[in-house]
Design a protein around this ligand. Structure first.
Ligand SMILES: NC(=O)c1ccc[n+]([C@@H]2O[C@H](COP(=O)([O-])OP(=O)(O)OC[C@H]3O[C@@H](n4cnc5c(N)ncnc54)[C@H](O)[C@@H]3O)[C@@H](O)[C@H]2O)c1
Length: 422
């Protein structure tokens, strides 16, 4: 048996299953595959060392294969202790020779030890999903920042943290906010989180969505997706918001809009997707119905105040995989899914591959663009160049067998002029 790359994964005997699932996901990732074929021929990342802190899923595995095909040396660690698919991690090591350090349900200490291992590889590029890798690098190893050329960030919460760093002058190298491209937040956050959040709720409870009242906290990109999918399955959807414009939009979409204090006693299922902290807390648990199901699909496990729920409860026990029941002093029960971590990744498989195809195409092209343009960039948060994102959308449409119109010369002239009136 050839010598394996360095790794820490749960069980290498799962590699064959992982490989089969990675290849299955690849079938729905034609854009990434086309990029991988070009990268293999052109080697745009030759000599780069990439540390990637991403959810270790089959889709991410295909991104890692793309980066490795481009000539980069890649180390992958988890961006959430509960989202790792152990068979995928095993396949990355044993089938594709990609250094991977991720074990599902690893404790906090192991999670950060793995991030440190990725940093030990002296990366020239960082790829993050939630900014834990960059945060660790800048806070614990600032001396290493000088050797990093650039980075990318995948999610809303990570971009918020990076922009705060930029404002404070703490950011040390350029980072592209992949999250902020239309092909990411319009499709991944909305359609991906929408479908996979419902999938996580159903897998962990087998509850019938039709006829239930589902409370969605946060009507951002993710919240819109969750609300529309729940409505499509027959739920009555209540939205809670703090932003008046988004609350108005939810109202015009036909959802009931309530403050959480009023939603708590009427909801059957609660989903938080705000990127904020303590959205569901003591006063809400005290008002909930017996059997209420609560879960989170926002990035960090801070949206539900689990400590407060524990304090109110006399017992906490697992009732199904990824579902724990808390019994309150008065006998009411509240069911928490996936420990309050991302329910779509903890209790289901994350976004479908067809959605990640676009986000990861953006990631790959963003890394290529960063390496090619690094000498002109400074320590700021950059958007993905618009033409690059349009290319991804064009490739996706082509892969779906759809084509669109192009502007005629007359239309181009019309749109560029101001002298033609009534
Ligand atoms: N589950 C996933 O796979 C997945 C995918 C993408 C993003 N995310 C995460 O989901 C979260 C939301 O992302 P987004 O792109 O929808 O962000 P967004 O900024 O578009 O939306 C968040 C919404 O929550 C609202 N909000 C904030 N505090 C609130 C409160 N206390 N009560 C009610 N509403 C409140 C905001 O006004 C905003 O409209 C982030 O943490 C992001 O990183 C998760």
């Amino acid at each position: 048996m050839p010598e394996l790359v360095s790794h820490d994964v749960a069980d290498l005997s799962l590699a064959a299953t992982g490989r089969a699932r990675i290849e299955w996901a690849e079938r729905s990732m034609p854009v990434l595959r086309a990029i991988r074929e070009r990268f293999l021929a052109e080697q745009p990342l030759a000599g780069q060392r990439i540390a990637a802190c991403l959810h270790v899923t089959t889709e991410t595995a295909n991104l890692m294969r793309t980066l490795a095909a481009a000539g980069a040396e890649v180390t992958l660690v988890a961006s959430n202790p509960l989202s790792t698919q152990d068979d995928t991690a095993a396949a990355l090591v044993a089938e594709y020779g990609i250094s991977t350090f991720a074990v599902r349900a690893e404790d906090n200490e192991t999670y950060y030890r793995h991030i440190d291992t990725a940093l030990d590889a002296q990366p020239t590029i960082t790829m993050d999903d939630g900014c834990d890798l960059v945060n660790r690098l800048l806070s614990q190893r600032p001396e290493q920042a000088g050797s990093v050329v650039a980075g990318t960030e995948e999610t809303t919460t990570g971009v918020i943290r990076l922009r705060a760093m930029e404002r404070d002058g703490a950011l040390r190298y350029p980072i592209v906010a992949v999250n902020d491209t239309p092909t990411k937040h319009l499709f991944d956050n909305r359609y991906g989180t929408g479908q996979s959040t419902l999938d996580g709720i159903i897998r962990s409870t087998n509850v019938l969505i039709a006829g239930k009242t589902m409370v969605v906290a946060g009507f951002g990109y993710c919240g819109r997706g969750v609300a529309s999918r729940a409505k499509g399955m027959g739920a009555q959807v209540v939205v809670t918001e703090v932003d008046p414009i988004r609350a108005l939009e939810a109202s015009m979409e036909g959802y009931e809009v309530l403050p959480m204090a009023e939603a708590a006693p009427v909801g059957d299922i609660f989903v938080t997707v705000t990127g904020n902290t303590s959205v569901l807390r003591r006063e809400h648990f005290e008002a909930m119905r017996d059997g209420a199901i609560i879960c989170n699909s926002g990035h960090f496990d801070v949206e539900i105040d689990i400590l407060a729920l524990e304090k109110l409860s006399t017992t906490r026990r697992e009732v199904r995989a990824n579902a724990e029941e808390f019994e309150l002093a008065d006998g009411r029960r509240i069911v928490l899914l996936a420990e309050g971590r991302l329910v779509n990744l903890g209790a289901a498989e994350g976004h479908p591959a067809a959605v990640m195809d676009m986000s990861f195409a953006d990631q790959s092209l963003a890394v290529e663009w960063l390496v090619a343009n690094a000498d002109q960039l400074t320590a700021k948060v950059y958007d993905v160049p618009t033409d690059l994102d349009a290319d991804v959308a064009r490739l996706k449409l082509a892969s779906m067998g759809r084509s669109i119109d192009t502007l005629t010369p007359e239309q181009q002239h019309y749109l560029a002029s101001y002298d033609i009136g009534t």
